[in-house]
Design a protein around this ligand. Structure first.
Ligand SMILES: [Zn+2]
Length: 474
């Protein structure tokens, strides 16, 4: 029997605010444990929460970018449970009246064409603290620096049909959140966390099977692997006529490990937070936030194709991050032809930023000047790549760097003729074969002359002089 996989996702994203969701403590990552705490985020008696407007703003922008309906009134609610890293005994979240509902994100699926994934809801909440199991031997320590840090939770409908599709959705979502600059989405620091639920059903079925949840997936690749394991496990069980239980798994170690029976939301005894008024947003304010949204990746890709004649795949690469897209456009604005600029950005520039994981070092005007030198024939493409690498370490312009490296292209005909003659004299048997009709040897001679010149000879001039000198009567 063939099975269809049904996947829904729950994504927690830490918002890039300076302070926490309901108090003024710093939300910085990596500070000394328990230094960013106060009576409010420690849940001490009498301390009252106040909502962080910047967190509301960032959450609203995420909701608008994902096409959700923003509710003018939403309500904070207490989610009650006990855990050592939850000092209040409840987490402030939103439950039946969330910030936003009913959105969508269109993605390119690896298995189907473009698909639209419905987004059920997006709500604001605070993070819990962190249990540290590796600081004190055989004991668990608790760090409350993270307690109260603002999060949005984004929940999708079960619209994804394979682990690879789930991964593609996560990549697209992360790209948008980074474009919005609402989170750095750093998974290693837990700023983007993914929980997934998965069920299987007979292919083309309409009812849903029993769903199981998997947590603690540390990368998108790990999420895809964990979902594959969970899917295969469910298929094995069903084909062996065994029941699938409501279970939550952890994928932290790479293999699935059952951690608990899945709890239902009523187990949390949600109730409205009595210390916070309902969150009310004015229509004008929401409209302003909509207006402040940056151009998003999909719109940028389409514009790059129309405005600059960039091919769809290249437009995709050039708009992968806002940083790269802005850089590409700055080089074009400095006068470089767009398609050629695209090749440089996708080649040397991306190579450099990926390898060293640092921002682009060569400012747009210098790259534009370098591209112009290649177009004028002052530099070969190969030499230009050397110059580019050297530009990163200096503030000099490309001409000065090319002179210093001695790679400016030689177009002096006497010089090139001397190189050509030296090669032909040393290769008289190949010259004879060429003159007997083996004209494909021209490429061999070209290579020899370029080598003789240290890569500096102008190839067009070399070809012309070679063709001339290889004539039988010369
Ligand atoms: Zn605090």
């Amino acid at each position: 029997m063939s099975w269809e996989t049904v996947i829904g996702l729950e994504i927690h994203v830490q918002l890039a605010t300076r302070s926490k969701m309901f108090c003024g403590c710093s939300s910085a990552f990596g500070d000394q444990p328990n230094t960013n705490v106060c009576p409010t985020c420690l849940g001490l008696p009498g301390a009252l929460p106040v909502a962080n407007l910047e967190a509301v703003r960032l959450a609203t922008r995420a909701a608008l970018a994902l096409d959700l309906t923003i509710h003018r009134t939403s309500v904070f609610a207490r989610k009650n449970y006990f855990y050592p890293d939850l000092p209040k005994g409840y987490q402030i979240s939103q439950f039946d009246m969330p910030l936003a509902t009913a959105g969508r994100l269109r993605i390119a699926s690896p298995d189907r064409d473009d698909i639209t994934v419905e987004i059920t809801r997006l709500h604001l909440e605070e993070d819990a603290g962190k249990s540290l199991h590796d600081r004190i031997p055989e004991k668990t320590a608790v760090d409350f620096n993270r307690a109260g840090v603002p999060l949005v939770e984004i929940v999708t409908e079960p619209d994804l049909r394979s682990p690879a599709e789930a991964r593609a959705f996560l990549v697209a979502l992360k790209q948008i959140l980074q474009y919005l600059e609402i989170s750095d989405c750093n998974m290693e620091e837990g700023h983007l966390r993914v929980d997934a639920n998965l069920s299987i059903r007979p292919a083309n079925g309409s009812t849903l099977g029993v769903k199981q949840e998997v947590k603690n997936m540390n990368s998108f690749a790990a999420a895809e692997r964990a979902l594959e394991q969970l899917r295969d496990r469910q298929i094995d069980l069903v084909e062996a006529k065994q029941a699938i239980e409501l279970t939550t798994f952890s994928a932290a170690s790479g293999a699935l490990r059952a951690i608990r029976k899945k709890e239902e939301s009523h187990d949390y005894r949600y109730f409205p937070e009595p210390d916070l008024p309902p969150l009310t947003l004015a229509d004008d304010w929401i409209a302003d936030e909509r207006h402040a949204l940056p151009e998003l990746p999909e719109a940028k890709q389409i514009r790059f194709q129309h405005e600059y004649g960039i091919r769809p795949y290249d437009a995709d690469v050039l708009s992968a991050t806002r940083q790269i897209a802005d850089y590409f456009e700055a080089v074009v604005a400095a006068g470089a032809p767009p398609v050629e600029t695209g090749k440089w950005v996708m080649g040397s520039v991306l190579h450099e930023t990926k390898e060293d994981d640092h921002p682009v070092q060569v400012d747009p005007s210098r790259l534009a000047a370098l591209i112009a030198m290649v177009a004028r024939g002052d530099l070969s493409t190969l030499a230009a790549k050397r110059v580019y690498r050297a530009l990163a370490a200096t503030n000099d312009g490309p001409k000065a760097v090319a002179e210093r490296l001695g790679v400016l292209q030689v177009r002096n005909e006497d010089q090139i003729t001397a190189w050509v003659e030296a090669v032909l004299q040393a290769r008289d048997s190949e010259v004879a074969r060429f003159r007997d009709g083996e004209t494909k040897l021209l490429g061999f001679f070209m290579g020899q002359v370029m080598q003789q010149s240290g890569g500096k000879a102008d190839p067009d001039k070399v070809r012309a002089i070679l063709s001339d000198k290889l004539q039988p009567d010369s």
